[in-house]
Design a protein around this ligand. Sequence first.
Ligand code: GLU
Length: 481
Amino acid sequence: MSVRVRFAPSPTGFLHVGGVRTALYVWLFARHHGGTTVLRIEDTDTEREEAGAIEQIQRSLDWLGLDFDESPSAGGPHGPYLQSERSEHYQAAVDRLLAQGDAYRCYQTAEELEVARAEARQTDDPALPTRLHRDLTAEQIAAFEQEGRPAVIRFRTPLEGETVIDDLVRGRVVFEHRLLGDTVLMRGGGRPTYQLANPLDDLEMGITHVIRGEDLLSSTPRQKLLVEALGGTFPQTAHLSMILGADKKRLSKRHGAASVEEFRDAGYLPEALVNFLALCGWSWDGETELMSVAELVERFSLERVNPAPAVFDHEKLAWMNGQYLRALDAEAYANALRSYLEDAGSPLASSARLEELVPLVQEKLGAFGEFDSLVGSLLEAREPEAESWQKLLSDENAGRILDAAITALAGLSTFDADSVESALRAVCEELEMKPRQAFLPIRIAIAGSTVAAGLYESIAFLGREASLERLERARVAVASL
Ligand code: GLU
């Protein structure tokens, strides 16, 4: 049987780290087995839906390179893939369950349910309140109908026995039916609940494996019972543990970037994020960290998914991204950088000289987001950074140093990083200063900041004329004090 796996996000917000890790495991598992990936959007809860979320989810998956064979945009033989367009499927299932006696109408009001819940809390049958209308007489039903009470549809959960889930990550989990209660499948106005729409779609879409977050484990026995009542076989499941922040608390905004688009905007490479997320809860041999997408596909297995919570380590991600960036050849680096700058709307994207800057930045950048502050001032004239400029002005040796540097650089016959280096080293000797001391004002004059790429390379990149102009501008500022 060919593997069919789905990612089924609700469009209630951006695709966050936990969700995208699920999407990645779904994708890796399917690709490993030569199976099919399905993207289904669970948009039945219109109140919680956020405008633009569906597009954003699709954009994030595209950026990461996670292609889905069947989806709202790609279509497929089991569509539609938007739950909001599948109402008749849910209605048909409910009609069938009602006819079979596996579901029934429940006329409880919200207040009645509330009161029953409060009472049941003291008893050993906490699920009782959900079953109070399961055996109404024909007269009772007629009376409620006459009153015009709206009804919800509930599933008739067996009162005895248990459902056993052999989860591929969590092992055997046993659920007592008595405690499940009668699940609401459809609300007034024919609105299906998650507990109906999700397993029914899995059944109709031929899903073989459900890979999703551990928070949905408690829904699993209800969904299995429903699918079996409809004559289907429930898929195998793999419930993934939560992702925690470094402080072992549930990952949230507090811990820094949490959505895929934030990582993209900060200049992470999708390959690095994919590699990093793959290791958030899975390992191949417990050691190997850097793996290409092809290697991940080849090596991925649910057996090696760790049931313990994973920790999202931003530092490790930054390290990994740096590794990916350093491994690129100059042309690929420049291309990736340019498309990052384009997406960010940076005017530097159109610079013809980006590739020349690669040797200056490749060893230094942890993410493309740092590019602008490191070397942006070499590509366009900018106001110097205030705090650095102040340092330059308050350096009592700045005037002498700048004068000597101007003379030395003006007199060079060839102007490249090596000749600039010899010239500036000679300046240090002449002034009897350490490079650290002498180069500070030069660096600020050239780059407008104390944080900058290599000084000799920066000067060589700017060229003689622009370098001298910047040094002279600084010299004038110092002299005018
Ligand atoms: N739509 C559900 C959610 O986004 C997930 C459903 C599932 O994977 O079973 O939380």
